[in-house]
Design a protein. Structure first.
Length: 123
């Protein structure tokens, strides 16, 4: 039996166009609002066509002393060429946290499957 987690791929976003890139401020303060964004294809553009596109991105945050991650958001990109409209694989969230921890982003390419990356939040 193969588990879903065994199919998630990782890579260097500078060399692989499918990896979600987490953009965080250099430093945040506990309880103060900040913005986090996730994009796919910053260094190497990912195709955005009917045949080949990023269908969704999920963003999670796991506080340092927590056993489980918290889902920050799930973002579906529905426009893949209908009437020449295309959704770009970029999301933004404004949030507050009480503790430092790790952000994890997962993206799904309709041709190449699941991709993951992580970034540490520094206080």
């Amino acid at each position: 039996m193969k588990y879903l987690t065994q199919t998630v791929q990782k890579g260097d976003w500078k060399a692989e166009k499918h990896v979600p890139i987490i953009h965080l401020p250099e430093e945040v303060k506990a309880g103060e609002a900040f913005e986090v964004s996730v994009s796919v294809g910053d260094e190497i553009a990912h195709p955005n066509t009917v045949e080949h596109h990023i269908a969704w991105i999920k963003l999670f945050f796991q506080p340092e002393d927590s056993k489980f991650p918290i889902e920050v958001g799930s973002y579906q990109f529905a426009a893949h060429g209908e009437a020449e409209v295309f959704s770009a694989p970029l999301i933004q969230a404004k949030m507050t946290v009480a503790a430092k921890g790790t952000f994890t982003a997962i993206s799904y390419c309709n041709l190449h499957g699941l991709w993951e990356s992580a970034a540490e939040l520094v206080f």
